[in-house]
Ligand binder design. Sequence first.
Ligand SMILES: NC(=O)c1ccc[n+]([C@@H]2O[C@H](COP(=O)([O-])OP(=O)(O)OC[C@H]3O[C@@H](n4cnc5c(N)ncnc54)[C@H](OP(=O)(O)O)[C@@H]3O)[C@@H](O)[C@H]2O)c1
Length: 289
Amino acid sequence: MKRVLVTGANGYLASLVYHMNQDAFEWIRMTRKDADFSDPDAVEAWIRKQEFDICFHTAANANTAFCNEHPDLAEKINVESTKRIVDVCDERGALLIFSSSEQVFNGRSKRGPFHEDEEPYAVTVYGQNKIACEKYIHEHLKKAIILRYSWQLGLSQPDVKASPNLAANVMKALLHQQPTLFTCNEKRCLTYAKHLAIAFPKIIDLAPGTYHVAASNELTTYEAAVYIAKKLGATQKAIDTYILPNHERYQDRFRDFRLDASKLEALGISFGTFEDHVDELLNDFGWHV
Ligand SMILES: NC(=O)c1ccc[n+]([C@@H]2O[C@H](COP(=O)([O-])OP(=O)(O)OC[C@H]3O[C@@H](n4cnc5c(N)ncnc54)[C@H](OP(=O)(O)O)[C@@H]3O)[C@@H](O)[C@H]2O)c1
């Protein structure tokens, strides 16, 4: 049985992938207690002690504002520690599965969906961190799969804490009766994270390269929020009161960093549509009306 070392093991994607593939692999679950990623030496020292075939690297500080405010720290956590992991994987001949992001395209003025071969360009530190990691991987490691995720949808369950996402934000707005703004000048793919977990055993057998993990989506973030609210059974009055359009944000430049996932689809790993994913998520958690 293959041994998978997963970094950021208490994070959303890592814990969901583990939860749904627990018996298919032997797992080494690395958490902040084992090493803090702001200390690349500690990360390298801990990883060097482990025996593994695959490293599923998810640990990162994915908070855009934090990374912009603390670029040096973000560089250490997101880039320097990743470089150490890449080096150890190279020495061991282990496969690296790196968690990259749609945010590598957030500076492009061209509108998405973006294909894997298109040039990334980011205007945030977090996006630039992911580009720097991808570049280092390309230059130093042959056995690597770079997964660029779109914004993941999900809800928390025992032992799996969902990271901030649109479905949770819409539910919070409606349940707590909090008027909440949702961006109109933005299109992103929105993908139920369960599909990454389902695809994981197939992903490890892919040829080295970069792959987009994304359901297709034609809606703006505001329109997608309204769609989710309707599926939750919210009345038009509740939607008009709590799910509010933010026309100001990104007024200067429409952000469309949707990902084209046809490369994985051609290999038998397909993600379907945003609407399918919302229905499935709400069904899974008993919220569908
Ligand atoms: N979720 C998305 O929509 C999305 C989209 C694109 C890309 N990604 C990428 O996918 C990966 C996983 O995302 P996620 O949603 O699962 O994020 P998450 O829930 O925030 O998990 C991130 C993990 O990284 C760990 N971590 C952060 N800073 C650390 C540090 N200084 N030292 C040690 N561990 C640290 C966290 O540890 P603690 O649990 O101790 O805080 C957490 O376990 C990330 O690389 C993210 O950039 C996610």
